[in-house]
Design a protein around this ligand. Sequence first.
Ligand code: ZN
Length: 93
Amino acid sequence: MPIYRYQANHAGCPHCQPGFDEMQRLSDPELSACPQCGAAIRRVICAPALAIGGSHLLSEKKIGEKGFTQYKKIGKGVYEKTAGKGPDIISSD
Ligand SMILES: [Zn+2]
């Protein structure tokens, strides 16, 4: 069964204020109120999905070790090297 994460919209109790995980069947309706205090809650994107989505990302060190060069955009058409070999700054100008 999938686990959904819920969090209080505004003020809640210690259960829903920081957020809580609820295991539900796909057929179960989405919760709209905290089961502990009844405060309005919303479903948030669950953490495991985010972890899976980010797991393919290599650390900057790994990128350099594998011979890749990574740049980050620091301005309009200007990129600064964050890992790997290559010029420190590349610019489209
Ligand atoms: Zn609550």
